[in-house]
Write a protein that binds this ligand. Structure first.
Ligand code: HEC
Ligand code: HEC
Ligand code: HEC
Ligand code: HEC
Ligand code: HEC
Ligand code: HEC
Ligand code: HEC
Ligand code: HEC
Ligand code: HEC
Length: 425
């Protein structure tokens, strides 16, 4: 009886294995047994597959290639059993999508996984060129994830793990020969590696910074159109994006075909911002469109002046207070208020994105008040210090005079003492 169930189970497992996979089917697969003994391009897939997330979930080679793993010998690769051999690039999204686009099926294994990869891929430049124009130089699912040895995106060894994505995309996008027919730049990864975003992620270990897919979409890879660059950056830089959206620049840039944030900050080589970017100076980004005498130029100059005044006042107050503190005057509470002034400065720098000098002035105002008061306190402290120093000098003089008086007094007494001693010996 037990044996019957066993055989029956084996047969059912065999039928399931031809298409829809069942957990655990892989044990005893003829595909693996035979391919493991082969070498090179025929053997590697079987060897790499051992650590594949699909093998771990219990799927076998037929999940993507078809065929019947219960048949020993080459007959396992029978087209009548659905065997398709090595899939063409254009077939791959359909193969992966058979499971990955089926929410009901995927939920049984990993309810947290999204099921829109193929749908998104079809909207990407990659998907449209592959399926629309038969262009096989673009990325398909296996180009980014690998065909075998596929790992979860959270595994640091995965080619789509955040720190590895730039290399994975660069494999094609920095390959000048591959990209030549398209006439697009091949410097994205090189520039990205010089950005504050990559620095934050790779050196700071802060995975909240973006890599290629955070801005281009995991699967919908396309250059963000002019109108949604702000939304791309705004996922993370929320306040700047809100100000920019409501500013005059928003509509004006769109009309001019200028890609929002990227116009002033670049897209791939984004560097830390600085006050020098603002105004009519040499490094300023405003000079490319404004002259010092137009309304925008005047606004730029005014905003820069507000920020310079605030940051200058904060710096002076800090220098004076620290000097007083080093000399022993109690100014710690005044020094602490400078943190609030600095928050105000940060708000004012952010408010630049409203491109309205009054908004910047309003956000700088509380900081100006605090820094101004701190500076006054610092000068007072230095005044106290000067007063104390004068007091000290006077005290030293008095003590000096006393000592001199004392010495003279002693000298006056000394000779008579010496004479007395001499006579005694
Ligand atoms: C008895 C050994 C053996 C078994 C069993 C076997 N294969 Fe193969 N397989 C080969 C050999 C040899 C080749 C290369 C010659 C050829 O293409 O027929 C090959 C080729 C392939 C290729 C590449 C085809 C191409 O066009 O490049 C795939 C994919 C493949 N096998 C998958 C499978 C799957 C899936 C199974 C199980 C259902 C399986 N094999 C079972 C020996 C085997
Ligand atoms: C998750 C889907 C998937 C599974 C499971 C899978 N393969 Fe593949 N396999 C692919 C894809 C996709 C390609 C085509 C890769 C390409 O064109 O670069 C491929 C290619 C191959 C090739 C041809 C390699 C070459 O370079 O010509 C062989 C052989 C092969 N697979 C064997 C296997 C064997 C054996 C197993 C089971 C141990 C297996 N595959 C499991 C997706 C899969
Ligand atoms: C251009 C490269 C690229 C292509 C092409 C690609 N992927 Fe991805 N895929 C990624 C990246 C990057 C991630 C990691 C996303 C993350 O970190 O959240 C990912 C994540 C995934 C995940 C994990 C769940 C998720 O959505 O985050 C699955 C499943 C997946 N891809 C399947 C596919 C399938 C199926 C295809 C083909 C239709 C495909 N991928 C094509 C780059 C790619
Ligand atoms: C037979 C169904 C099936 C096929 C075909 C299939 N997958 Fe999967 N895949 C799954 C299941 C189920 C999981 C979830 C496994 C788990 O989390 O335990 C998964 C997991 C993944 C993951 C890991 C997701 C993560 O981040 O946790 C990636 C990446 C992936 N598949 C990519 C692919 C690609 C690329 C293809 C096509 C070459 C493909 N899959 C074909 C069923 C399939
Ligand atoms: C297998 C090679 C390959 C890989 C890997 C690859 N791409 Fe592509 N990608 C291409 C090709 C080829 C094009 C087509 C260029 C075109 O049509 O302009 C393209 C187009 C694009 C475009 C549209 C460019 C334009 O202006 O038309 C973007 C954006 C893009 N890829 C981003 C990415 C990102 C992000 C990754 C990594 C997550 C990636 N690609 C991985 C080959 C690849
Ligand atoms: C911080 C967001 C961001 C990151 C990170 C990012 N990109 Fe871009 N990328 C953009 C924007 C914005 C554009 C469009 C700029 C425009 O329209 O002028 C773009 C354009 C592109 C293009 C179109 C051709 C070109 O150079 O203009 C490709 C290809 C591309 N990126 C690939 C990549 C790759 C590969 C990576 C990772 C190495 C990457 N991007 C990282 C925002 C980003
Ligand atoms: C017209 C040019 C311009 C545009 C468009 C622009 N910025 Fe800025 N951005 C600046 C200038 C100038 C500064 C430096 C302000 C300062 O430090 O005085 C700056 C600073 C920043 C900073 C650093 C702020 C800080 O606290 O030091 C971030 C982050 C930023 N911008 C993000 C964005 C984002 C996101 C967008 C799009 C929604 C955007 N910017 C659009 C000019 C621009
Ligand atoms: C996935 C989140 C994310 C996206 C998307 C993103 N950034 Fe960033 N950005 C960060 C993080 C994290 C930092 C580093 C910490 C910081 O300074 O805020 C940063 C830093 C910056 C800085 C330097 C800020 C400084 O202190 O000087 C600028 C400028 C900037 N990003 C602009 C952009 C622009 C423009 C875009 C869109 C093209 C963009 N970012 C997209 C997360 C993001
Ligand atoms: C790509 C060109 C471009 C750049 C770069 C640019 N601007 Fe403008 N700016 C414009 C245009 C066009 C207008 C007019 C919008 C309107 O009137 O609707 C404008 C308007 C303004 C205004 C509002 C004037 C008014 O009528 O109220 C201010 C303020 C301003 N810009 C400041 C700046 C500052 C500061 C910078 C640098 C950080 C800058 N702009 C960079 C194109 C630009």
């Amino acid at each position: 009886m037990m044996r019957c169930v066993g055989v029956f189970g084996f047969v059912v497992a065999g039928i399931l294995a031809t298409w829809m996979p069942a957990p655990g089917q892989e044990t005893g697969s003829s595909c693996v047994a035979c391919h493991e003994m082969l070498s090179g391009r025929l053997g590697d897939p079987a060897k790499r597959f051992a650590e594949d997330v699909h093998a771990e979930a219990g799927f076998g080679c037929p999940a993507c290639h078809g065929g019947d793993p219960t048949i020993q010998g080459p007959a396992a690769m029978d087209e009548a059993k659905g065997y398709i051999g090595r899939p063409e690039a254009a077939q791959i999204p359909g193969i992966c999508g058979r499971c990955h686009s089926d929410a009901g099926f995927m939920r049984q294994y990993n309810p947290a996984l999204r099921v829109d990869q193929v749908q998104e891929y079809l909207t990407s430049v990659h998907g449209q060129r592959l399926l629309g124009a038969g262009d096989t130089a673009v990325a398909n699912c296996a180009s980014c994830h690998g065909p075998h040895g596929i790992l979860p995106a959270t595994d640091p060894r995965s080619p789509v793990y955040a720190l590895n994505v730039a290399d994975t995309c660069a494999g094609c996008h920095s390959d000048t020969a591959r990209m030549a027919p398209y006439g697009i730049p091949t410097d994205q990864a090189e520039k990205y590696r010089r950005s504050i975003h990559w620095e934050t992620m790779s050196e700071g270990g802060d995975m909240s910074a973006p890599t290629c897919n955070d801005c281009h979409g995991n699967h919908g890879a396309a250059p963000p159109g002019i109108s949604w660059v702000g939304h791309v950056c705004g996922q993370c830089h929320v306040v700047m994006a809100e100000y920019f959206e409501a500013s005059r620049h928003s509509a004006a840039f769109e009309m001019m075909g200028v890609p929002g944030c990227a116009r002033c900050h670049q897209n791939h080589e984004i560097r830390p911002a600085s006050d020098g970017m603002l105004g009519m100076g040499e490094e300023a980004v405003c000079v490319t469109c404004h002259r010092p005498d137009d309304v925008g130029g005047q606004g730029a100059i005014a905003m820069r002046a507000t920020i310079d005044t605030l940051s200058g006042t904060i710096d002076s107050a800090r220098v004076v207070l620290e000097h007083a503190e080093d000399s022993g005057v109690e100014v710690s509470s005044a020094l602490a208020t400078l943190n609030d002034a600095r928050s105000s400065l940060i708000k004012a720098r952010t408010a630049v994105h409203a491109f309205d000098p009054e908004k910047v002035a309003a956000d700088a105002e509380p900081g100006m008040k605090i820094a101004g008061e701190a500076l006054v306190r610092g000068r007072q402290a230095l005044g106290e210090l000067r007063f104390r120093r004068i007091g000290l000098a006077v005290a030293v003089l008095i003590i000096g005079a006393l000592i001199v008086g004392l010495v003279l007094k002693i000298k006056e007494v000394e000779p008579s003492v010496g004479a007395t001693d001499g006579r005694d010996t």
